[in-house]
Design a protein around this ligand. Structure first.
Ligand SMILES: Nc1ncnc2c1ncn2[C@@H]1O[C@H](COP(=O)(O)OP(=O)(O)OP(=O)(O)O)[C@@H](O)[C@H]1O
Length: 266
């Protein structure tokens, strides 16, 4: 979305964002003093130990949690307006596919709910299945697919509304390393092809460094951002870039950032 001067507005703009949960055990400051700008086409990873507010931040963007202070805009709108405009797709850690529906049926479900015609549902589902290389699996059931393929199907489902912003909460956390490497490569290819903006939560330093144009390092108690690193790596990244000195230096900086923030579970 462009402003009156024709300048592209940031996709996400958080200013002095605060979110405190009030629990029976007292207040929990899940996010404090969060300032972050995400521009169109960025691939932004959020990394930090358990409880530092990564998921909470994604949920604020998605209007699933309400901030208790500061401000945030999504495509220049409030998160509520952005949600109503279907500004984002959301991918969860578990694929969350309905076992009694085919892959095609799973992808069509949200489209069906909001009232797309059958022809439009099919056309969209076929397009996104092609994007995640699952074109031949539309009529299979989730249990007939490997874990990695199920996660690709859930990415396809999130892409079906064709939103410019994709929010992904540890989508590959439960997969083994070889599958994860493969999906990381495919995700970069998908990102290059679709020019989407991606917000990606991970616990893995190599995954964050491999995928991102911007790495946001977070720390808990209270949840906050301790470093924002703009990656100097080129956008096109073969897997063996992970052996390059630039990659190793970047991974080192993230690790140091986590250590300074007393990260203990990464
Ligand atoms: N609905 C809620 N009610 C109360 N406290 C919550 C709620 N959701 C999250 N929290 C707390 O807020 C803090 C941040 O949680 P969040 O899930 O965002 O962390 P995270 O960095 O995503 O952690 P993980 O890596 O384990 O997923 C934690 O202390 C968590 O217990």
């Amino acid at each position: 979305m462009k402003d009156l001067a024709g300048v592209e507005a940031p996709v996400i703009e958080a200013r002095d964002l605060e979110l405190t949960f009030h629990t029976n055990d007292g207040p929990i400051q899940a996010l404090t003093g969060v300032n972050l700008t995400i521009n169109k086409g960025d691939f932004v990873s959020f990394i930090g130990p358990s409880g530092c507010g990564k998921t909470t931040f994604l949920r604020v963007i998605a209007d699933l949690e309400q901030p208790t202070g500061g401000s945030i805009t999504v495509n220049g709108m409030t998160p509520e307006a952005a949600r109503k405009a279907r500004a984002y797709g959301y991918v969860f850690q578990a694929a969350g596919l309905y076992p009694w529906r085919t892959i095609m049926g799973n992808i069509c479900l949200p489209l069906e709910i909001v009232g797309f015609s059958r022809a439009e549902q099919r056309e969209r589902a076929e397009r996104v299945l092609d994007l995640v290389d699952l074109a031949g699996f539309a009529n299979k059931f989730p249990w007939q697919l490997s874990g990695g393929m199920q996660q690709r199907a859930s990415i396809a489902r999130a892409l079906a509304f064709d939103a410019d912003l994709l929010l992904m909460d540890e989508p590959f956390g439960a997969l083994d390393e070889i599958v994860r490497d493969h999906l990381n490569e495919q995700l970069l290819a998908l990102w290059a092809r679709t020019q989407k903006t991606i917000g990606f939560v991970t616990h893995s330093i190599p995954e964050a460094v491999y995928l991102s144009t911007k790495i946001v390092v977070m720390s808990p108690r209270p949840g906050r951002i301790t470093d924002v690193i703009d990656s100097p790596l080129p956008r096109e990244r073969p897997l063996d870039i992970r052996d390059s000195p630039e990659f190793i230096a970047l991974a080192h900086r993230v690790r140091e950032g986590l250590r300074d923030g007393h990260g203990d579970t990464v």
